[in-house]
Design a protein around this ligand. Structure first.
Ligand code: FAD
Length: 297
């Protein structure tokens, strides 16, 4: 019987693991893909305090090393089901795990356009997060794909950094709030392309240009960077029948506590506004301290 089971070995899960293990608890982290979660696919991180610039894989490795030095047990397995009675049983693909508490830190995934070459060029011209990577495009030309609040917010933020911003939206209108759309009207370096789809992404080792099409025909547009802003998919399926999930698929919580007193949630899969590494580590801390409080009561 583990004191704390953690699903997900991204920054939220790893931080929770460090706190729980340092409190001398029996801890296991279950990870289905690779150590580090989303950050491991970021080539450069410049907004995690303590490192002016570090690759995501190096930051993930540093966190992993800290866990290893503490002897935190990490199991490569996919959690498939959670059964709750007076404790928790996590059924994995390979094994099952019983614990007194559970922290779900299963993260989220950015939605992709589904085009060839797209995944290869992530971090090499294709990005999702302007506060993470926008600064690399000072005085350059970028495209933001999408038309909702996050796309328009990203276009506005980039318009203060880049020389030119294309906002490319598939349908005939923007779905962002009117106040945000209004703000774009004050910017003279944002060009909005409605009813326009991105058909092809070109570039070998880095993004070079894209092919777009609309009622006027097809066009090749040279851009230095592209920010895909069509939403996130929370990895919350495992909690679907167990916890309260909001309309967007995020697990609802009160300060990382869920509707079950010994199940906690941390990181990107939680209902919150900001999804960044600093916030994920903060959530990991809060969830672990809540779990420790539950265990010690
Ligand atoms: C390309 C890219 C660049 C980024 N750059 C930055 C940046 O520069 N700065 C910044 O602050 N943020 C950045 N982010 C965002 C940041 O990485 C996330 O906010 C952060 O990783 C969230 O941490 P998390 O631990 O909540 O979830 P995740 O990092 O998503 O980790 C969750 C982990 O849980 C695992 N998992 C999911 N379901 C299961 C299951 N059923 N069983 C077992 N394991 C499971 C997943 O495989 C994953 O490893 C970037 C994201 C991406 C994709």
């Amino acid at each position: 019987m583990y004191d704390v089971i953690i699903i997900g070995c991204g920054p939220a899960g790893m931080t929770a693991g460090i706190y729980a293990k340092r409190a001398n608890k029996k801890v296991i982290i279950i990870e289905k893909e690779s150590i580090g979660g989303q950050m491991a696919s970021s080539p450069i991180i410049e907004n995690y305090p303590g490192y002016s610039s570090i690759s995501g894989s190096e930051l993930a490795n540093n966190m992993y090393e800290q866990l290893s030095n503490l002897d935190v047990e990490i199991e490569l397995d996919e959690a498939k089901n959670i059964i709750v009675n007076d404790h928790v049983k996590v059924i994995g693909e390979n094994n099952s795990y019983e614990g007194k508490t559970l922290i779900i830190a299963s993260g989220s995934k950015y939605k992709l356009l589904g085009l060839d070459n797209e995944e290869n060029l992530i971090g090499k011209g294709i990005h999702f997060c302007v506060s993470c990577d926008g600064a690399f495009y000072k005085n350059k030309t970028v495209a933001v794909i999408g038309g909702g609040n996050s796309a328009v917010t990203n276009a506005l933020a980039l318009s203060d950094i880049a020389k030119k911003v294309y906002l490319i939206q598939k349908i005939d209108h923007l779905t962002a709030e009117a106040v945000l759309i209004q703000k774009m009207a004050e910017k003279n370096n944002i060009e909005i392309l409605l009813n326009t789809s991105v058909d092809q992404i070109n570039g070998q080792d880095e993004l070079e240009n894209i092919n777009i099409s609309n009622e006027k025909g097809e066009k090749n547009v040279k851009i230095d960077g592209m920010f895909i802003s069509i939403g996130l998919i929370p990895q919350s399926g495992i909690a679907e029948n167990l916890l309260q999930i909001n309309e967007y698929g995020y697990i609802e919580s009160d300060n990382c506590r869920t509707n079950i007193p010994f199940v906690f949630v941390a990181g990107d899969c939680r209902d919150k506004k900001v999804r960044q590494i600093t916030v994920a580590t903060s959530d990991g801390t809060t969830a672990a301290i809540n779990a420790l409080e539950y265990l010690n009561q």
